[in-house]
Design a protein around this ligand. Structure first.
Ligand SMILES: [Zn+2]
Length: 382
């Protein structure tokens, strides 16, 4: 039996601890204590300062009751997006939402609550389980920085799960790689009324480039977006500089590279069309691009042990677990890039990253049930 009241209470406690990305210290203290109470040996790494967090990632090891079972990784992230301070959960039976002024924080405190409840329920049911490595990361919402900064070589697990997506009881095995992109476009400033012919508008160059760009959903596994434009100083000054920020994502590395190149080419082509002739020189627009490889793809094969375990758990429970691809990155992208086979099991978080975020406690229970059964099958196969 999963204890619905207990997981609900734990979840409610967790969401009321402020933990916007970079400010995970308070929740980390609570979780370290709760992990220690479970009997885990708990460590915290030094990743914080390098990524502007007041905490480190938590890495806990919980000895199992089935020696010989391969250790298994269970992971969720401690940080939330904004506005995530002073969350007041509103409870309507099994449905929990925020009071509308903040997010709820089910992303990803539902994942944390599920991990704890699975362990507690397995113990109460005397389900033998193998050793667990429990990781609670920081700064997931800032481009997976916490997991990226973590020394994953210290982990013994070769496979595991993160709990960080919406649909309960759905296993996400594929997620795109992403590039963060920035272009600095430089033109030439001039007085817009007195000497417009001596100016070169960086805004015009940027506009032309973006108008030519393929954006949005490029194909079934590739997306691209321009998200931020900053530039200009006054309406009477031809703008000398614009900075444009965008991203692209694809589950295919070749398509990611091609889309990234396409976006750069649009800027370069637009810049090449713009020049201004001054007394004895010609000024052309220039593009200074920055490409940051945010994370690699998650691509866990259908026959990978972790996928087979979760599917078997679903079959045992009589509710088959669907496999899906997701459009965003999560800590699993980082783990897979480090050779640890990690898929993402949905928790029931809904309308995340909005003040309308909500969660049905029964969805957390459903996912927890799958986890307990998976742990049982894993240990039984050892
Ligand atoms: Zn998340």
């Amino acid at each position: 039996m999963i204890n619905e009241t207990r997981i609900k209470e734990h979840f409610l406690d967790l969401v009321q601890i402020d933990s916007e990305a970079g400010n995970e210290a308070a929740i980390a203290e609570v979780l370290k204590r709760q992990l220690a109470e479970l009997g885990a040996s708990v460590a915290q790494d030094q990743a914080g300062p390098s990524i502007n967090s007041n905490s480190g990632n938590i890495i806990a090891t919980l000895p199992g009751t089935m020696p010989g079972a391969a250790p298994l990784l269970l992971c969720a992230h401690m940080d939330t997006v904004v506005p995530g301070n002073g969350i007041t959960p509103v409870i309507e039976g099994p449905i929990i939402h925020s009071d509308g002024t903040t997010i709820l924080g089910s992303d990803d405190k539902s994942g944390i609550a599920i991990i704890f409840e699975a362990i507690r329920a397995a113990r109460e049911q005397r389900v033998p389980i193998g050793d667990l490595e429990i990781v609670f990361t920081i700064c997931e919402e800032k481009g997976l920085q916490g997991a990226r900064a973590m020394d994953t070589a210290a982990l013994r697990s070769k496979f595991g799960l993160v709990f960080d997506s919406d649909e309960p009881g759905v296993l996400f095995t594929k997620a795109p790689a992403a590039n963060h992109l920035e272009w600095r476009i430089t033109g030439r400033a001039a007085h817009a009324g007195v000497a417009p012919e001596r100016g070169l508008s960086a805004i015009k160059v940027a506009s032309e480039a973006i108008a030519q760009m393929r954006l949005g959903r490029i194909d079934f596994e590739t997306t691209a977006n321009i998200g931020i434009i900053r530039g200009g100083a006054a309406t009477n000054i031809i703008p000398a500089e614009v900075v444009v920020h965008g991203e692209c994502r694809s589950r295919d590395a070749g398509k990611l590279a091609a889309q990234t190149q396409h976006m750069l080419q649009c800027f370069q082509d637009a810049a090449a069309r713009h020049a201004v002739a001054l007394d004895d020189l010609t000024v052309t627009a220039t593009i200074d691009p920055t490409i940051i490889e945010a994370y690699g793809a998650m691509n866990v094969a259908d026959d990978a042990p972790i996928v087979q375990l979760v599917l078997a758990a679903g079959r045992e429970l009589g509710s088959p677990v669907p496999i899906k691809a997701m459009g965003g990155g999560c800590d699993a992208n980082i783990f897979n890039g480090r050779g640890i086979s990690v898929a993402n099991l949905g928790t029931g978080m809904r309308d995340i990253h909005t003040t309308k975020e909500w969660l049905d406690v029964r969805d957390m229970v459903k996912t927890t049930r799958i986890v307990v059964e998976m742990l049982r099958l894993h240990a039984a196969g050892a």
